[in-house]
Each structure stands twice: as C-alpha cells, then as structure tokens.
Design a protein around this ligand. Structure first.
Ligand SMILES: [Zn+2]
Length: 165
C-alpha cells in the first residue's frame, strides 16, 4: 500500500457530486446510443458554469459519419447552442477515454477539463495508446481525470461487443 503522503495518491483524480451526476447522464446517453440506434454505447456531456450546453452519443452508423463520436456530437451541439466554437472553462464528461480525433477537437475547443470513465486500451488518447489529450506540446492544456464510473461504462461496452459476436 502507498504511504498516505505519496505523490501518487495525491495525483489520483478527485470527483465531486456534480461530476458523478454528469457522468450518470453520459451513461444514460451511452445506453441510448445502444438501445435506440444500435451504436457502440458511448455518451458525452459538455458542461459550462454548472449547466449542460451539449450532449452527444455515438452515431457513426446512423449518420454514415466516421467523425460522429459522442464527444464530437456534444461539441457540435454546444457550438450551435452557444454560437461559438470555443468553450473555455467547460468540462466534457465522456464514458470512454477519448480517441485522438476527439482529443484534438477538445484542444481546439479550449475545453478546460475532461472527465472520462473507462480507459480504452485500443485507441485511448489520454495516455493509454496516445498522449494527444495530455501532451504538453499543445498551446492549450486540458485537465484530465479518468476512471469515474469506469466499471459501469466498461461493462456496457463489453456486453455490447459480446452480444454482437
Ligand atoms: Zn473519438
């Protein structure tokens, strides 16, 4: 066990009730993707000043669009809602670790913080496979915290792919 003053322990993400509530909403959207459209269950919510400004879920098949990941959908919805393309101060909640495409979109959008659920050992770009979201080379830094309700998000994905085999 790590000593209580270990820097590794203090670096562990800290989540509050609002984080948990927004991630619960993202999980609902993930279930919606699966149930309503047969899409891979990933959901995302963009929150600014305590309010939802954009929601999204995977819609690649439905829209015939390789870029229609949950995060992109949430960013696009927020852009329309706010008539802006940058969201400084916003937090993006997503049930799965973002891919490189979505990570870069978040950097372009000046999102302040990303909270994700399950890690993605195949395409994750918050450190699992690529470091896109956490690279110090960007001119904009995004705070990243992973692992919130990771089990629920991961279970949903595993069950989805198991059922399709
Ligand atoms: Zn993505």
């Amino acid at each position: 066990m790590l000593p209580p003053d270990s820097p590794l322990l203090s670096a562990a993400p800290v989540f509050d009730d609002a984080d948990r509530a927004w991630m619960a909403r993202a999980l609902e959207l993930a279930a919606h993707a699966r149930d309503a459209e047969g899409e891979v269950p990933v959901g995302a919510v963009l929150v600014l000043d305590g309010a939802m400004v954009g929601e999204g879920w995977n819609r690649n098949i439905t829209l015939n669009d390789p870029t229609a990941h949950a995060e992109i959908q949430a960013l696009r919805a927020a852009g329309q809602a706010l008539s802006n393309y940058r969201f400084p101060g916003a937090t993006l909640y997503v049930t799965l670790e973002p891919c490189a495409m979505c990570a870069m979109a978040m950097v372009h959008a000046r999102v302040a913080r990303v909270v994700f659920g399950a890690t993605d050992p195949k395409t994750g770009a918050a450190g699992s496979v690529f470091d896109t979201l956490v690279s110090p080379r960007h001119n904009h830094r995004v705070a990243v915290a992973g692992g919130l309700q990771a089990e629920a998000a991961g279970d949903m994905l595993r069950a989805f792919f198991r059922a399709r085999r």
